[in-house]
Design a binder for this molecule. Structure first.
Ligand SMILES: [Mn+2]
Length: 572
């Protein structure tokens, strides 16, 4: 069922089979609304729900099933025995940095002669380059291990062959149609002949599986602290938190409740979360962006050193810089977003079905974040470009659910200098003089595939929640669904026919709080950053309204229930 809300189009679930929902609730002893959420998310029996909620260790498969993993492990063991120099080649985002740190941590512990290389975002660009391989060979490295990259490193692999350096690629990106690089071993669950049943690892997950296999072969226990790196990288890379990822992130968060590294403690303090047990959402919103700022350091190597935390003073110093870099990034992102929104509202930039904006002086590090903000505000794909010195524009594209951006860009390929990415996010480069045609053509593709945009983004509603059902036991049971993240978002509930009894309250001129009432129950609901709702509620005091909400689990006061408003509409 589809319902138009003030800001979103609500996709309400079809009626559930109430006997099945009852059975789930009584079998697992959980609140009915939670059973309904599970049912609508495809877990239709108690057994299926139990497997999802408690994700037993049986979901883990043997790392040896990963194609080439055994061959890679044998080669690494040989390198350790002969004390050959090994180079880990990573990437500058959170996944790449945590993968590098994880490999370093595991291999150093086994007595390997190991060092690492991270490309610089500005100087080197993405991925393993021919130059890096040449430099490694000159410095007598006999083995290179890539993490979170390499599946498209055709030239670098060729160079490694020529120079007699063995290259082991570990990656989680999809191979290109032209095939695979010619490497000593390739570990990537997405390669066609890989039998590993679960594909959705982050780069750090693939690294972890390989290191686990190595440790198993060596008859050793994998170091406890690598779970922290695995958890951070997996959450930050927004891979689905299901199956093995769910298992490891649950395990990682549980361990974090007991011990955490000094580096993580520094990041928590920066985010003023020092007294809190971290959730996956805390990591996604407050910790990962700080680690991401590592890629903006002059020397991204500091990032790995920071995560390995071998020197307290260095860790503190880098931690401070990260806090500042992240705050600066937030300010810039807000400023650029506001600039763009003003341009759209004043019609300097046309509100076409695919939004394309061009600016000068926008930092490459923030345009992606800005594009996703603009895309969700206007409910259409957004492309944010900045001018480079050579008459080109370059930038980031973010899509909306239902629209495959990558295939749309492929259709525009003739006017693009380069592009790459996937369905929801991509990067693009073109001539400034082609922007106008690009905007027109891309907008046409949007209209042809998903129809003209009316500005409302769809949201999936998981179930109905009468006000009287919002009890402590519900909040308690909601926690079983955690960790929330990609593939497993916090449930969205439909709260029908409530009445706003008083004038709404206004906070900081942006947040609106209302008090609602239904059949003897009273609750308050807060809408963050929705100043336009103030008037809506003022005009409807004592009239029935429908709401869509999230339940916030009393962050400040455990056990309290806070409703966070997502959208509203006059009741039908
Ligand atoms: Mn990655």
């Amino acid at each position: 069922m589809i319902r138009e809300g003030l800001n979103y189009q609500w996709r309400l679930p079809a009626h559930a089979d109430s006997a099945a929902v009852q059975a789930i609730a009584s079998d697992l002893n959980i609140a009915l609304p939670i059973a309904e959420v599970l049912y609508h998310r495809g877990y239709k029996t108690a057994a299926a729900c139990r497997d999802f909620l408690f994700t037993p260790a049986e979901v883990i498969s043997d790392g040896a099933l990963l194609k080439d993993a055994e061959r890679a492990v044998e080669r690494i063991i040989r390198a350790i025995a002969a004390q050959e120099k090994i180079l880990v080649a990573g990437d500058y985002d959170v996944d790449g940095v945590t993968s590098s740190a994880l490999m370093m941590r595991c291999l150093r512990d086994c007595g390997a002669q190991i060092n690492f290389f991270l490309p610089n975002r500005m100087r080197d660009g993405y991925g393993l380059s021919v130059k890096t391989v040449e430099r490694a060979a000159q410095n007598n490295y006999r083995l290179i291990l890539t993490v979170d990259n390499g599946i498209t490193a055709f030239d670098a692999a060729q160079k490694a062959r020529e120079l007699g350096v063995d290259l082991i690629i570990t990656d989680h990106h999809r191979p290109l149609e032209r095939g695979l690089p010619d490497a000593y071993a390739i570990i990537d669950p997405y390669q066609e002949s890989c039998a590993y049943p679960f594909k959705g690892f982050a780069g750090v997950g693939v690294s972890f599986k390989l290191m686990s296999l190595l440790y198993k072969k060596l008859g050793r226990e994998i170091p406890d602290d690598v779970f922290e790196l695995l958890t951070l990288g997996t959450i930050a890379d927004v891979v689905p938190l299901l199956d093995e990822n769910r298992y490891y992130v649950r395990e990682g968060l549980r361990r974090l409740g007991r011990t955490e590294s000094f580096a993580l403690r520094v990041l928590k303090e920066n985010a003023r979360l020092q007294d809190k047990k971290l959730s996956s959402l805390d990591i996604g919103f407050y910790i990962a962006p700080q680690i991401n700022a590592l890629g903006r350091l002059d020397d991204a190597r500091d990032g790995v050193v920071f995560l390995l935390g071998s020197n307290k003073e260095d860790t503190l110093r880098v931690g401070k810089v990260l806090g500042h870099l992240n705050e600066a990034r937030r300010d810039i992102e807000r400023k650029v977003s506001e600039e763009i929104i003003t341009q759209i509202e004043s019609r300097q930039v046309p509100l076409t079905d695919a939004l394309v904006v061009v600016g000068t002086g926008w930092q490459p590090g923030v345009v992606g974040l800005v594009a996703s903000r603009v895309a969700s505000k206007y409910g259409r794909p957004a492309i944010v470009l900045h001018k480079t010195s050579d008459g080109l524009v370059k930038g980031s594209c973010r899509s909306i659910p239902d629209f495959n951006l990558f295939s749309a860009l492929s259709q525009c390929a003739s006017m693009l200098i380069s592009f790459g990415g996937h369905a929801m996010a991509a990067g693009v480069c073109l001539k400034e003089s082609d922007v106008e045609t690009f905007r027109t053509q891309l907008s046409q593709i949007v209209r042809d595939t998903i129809g003209p945009r009316d500005g409302r983004l769809p949201i999936i509603v998981d179930g109905e929640l009468p006000l009287c059902d919002i009890q402590r036991s519900l909040v308690h049971d909601l926690a079983y669904l955690e960790p929330f993240g990609a593939g497993n978002p916090p449930p969205t509930f439909y709260v029908p026919r409530v009445v706003c009894t008083d004038k709404p309250q206004f906070f900081k001129e942006r947040h609106v709080k209302i008090s609602i009432f239904h059949e003897g129950e009273r609750r308050s609901v807060i809408f963050f950053d929705r100043p336009e709702l103030y008037q809506f509620f003022c005009d409807r005091i004592h009239e029935p309204i429908d709401l869509v909400v999230h339940i916030d689990m009393g962050n400040k006061y455990p056990g309290t229930i806070e409703l966070r408003g997502i959208d509203c509409a006059a009741a039908e």
